[in-house]
Design a protein around this ligand. Structure first.
Ligand SMILES: O=C(O)c1cccc(C(=O)CC[C@H]2O[C@@H](n3cnc4c(=O)[nH]cnc43)[C@H](O)[C@@H]2O)c1
Length: 220
């Protein structure tokens, strides 16, 4: 990865247009970044990321959007930067518990983000008055809706910070293209019992926009 190559762009992948628009508002006018929305879920994220990467020259992929925060780690309206992007439900259920694809010998459910880029981004956010939590961000295909499910996920990934539905898909497509990936989530809700009325999506989109306003100083 040559982050100093101005000829290569950074691809930011969101799920929906509202997230893309928030990212674009934050970025302002830039030639370094290309922003797409690829759809909800890991398959859509992987497909949209791979299709876009195939048509250009890129040096980094960033999965960005709103997400759920784990209690005591990432509160609503906070920011989370992934140090690891984890497909938390990729594996097999057994009578003795969950076996990940790693444990099954079928591949990896964990993609680590480049530590130096995570450090630079987190430091820049801190300096901008936008402190971010760094920790594992889980990718699931079903938004967690009960305390029990949240506890199961935490037993699989102790210290998990946030949950989304696209990060691992985008990161896997990036890895297949030989590229590193980051994931940024602005927390709209708590991971746990479903309480739709408690979601703060507009506020999370505003925080996502603010976070993206510092990306050009970090990555160009
Ligand atoms: O259950 C509902 O009524 C409901 C209403 C609005 C949105 C949803 C979603 O499932 C949004 C999924 C979408 O947003 C990201 N996201 C946001 N919070 C979470 C979460 O707690 N767990 C997983 N994904 C979340 C996700 O990346 C999707 O793009 C449901």
């Amino acid at each position: 990865m040559n982050m100093n190559n101005p000829a290569q762009k950074i691809l930011i992948v969101t799920a929906v247009a509202a997230e893309r628009d928030a990212v674009l508002r934050g970025l302002g006018n830039t030639d370094t970044f290309e922003v797409i929305f690829a759809g909800v879920g890991p398959a859509a994220a992987a497909s949209g990321t791979a299709r876009t990467l195939a048509g250009g020259s890129y040096k980094l992929v960033i999965s960005a959007g709103i997400g759920g925060g784990f209690a005591g780690v990432a509160e609503i309206e906070s920011l989370v930067i992934a140090n690891r992007i984890i497909a938390a439900d990729l594996g097999s259920e057994t009578r003795d518990g969950f076996l990940s694809v790693d444990e099954l010998g079928f591949g990896s459910s964990v993609i680590s983000s480049p530590a130096e880029q995570v450090r630079q981004l987190t430091a820049a956010l801190q300096a901008a008055g936008l402190p971010a939590v760094t920790g594992p961000i889980l990718t699931v295909s079903t938004t967690t809706g009960t305390r029990e499910s949240a506890e199961v996920l935490l037993s699989r990934v102790p210290g998990a910070a946030a949950e989304g539905m696209e990060g691992f898909g985008a990161a896997q497509a990036a890895a297949d293209a030989g590229l590193p990936a980051l994931e940024i989530r602005a927390i709209s809700n708590r991971v746990g019992p479903r309480d739709r009325d408690a979601w703060k999506i507009p506020q999370a989109l505003q925080k996502l926009e603010a976070a993206c306003s510092i990306l050009t100083e970090v990555f160009t």
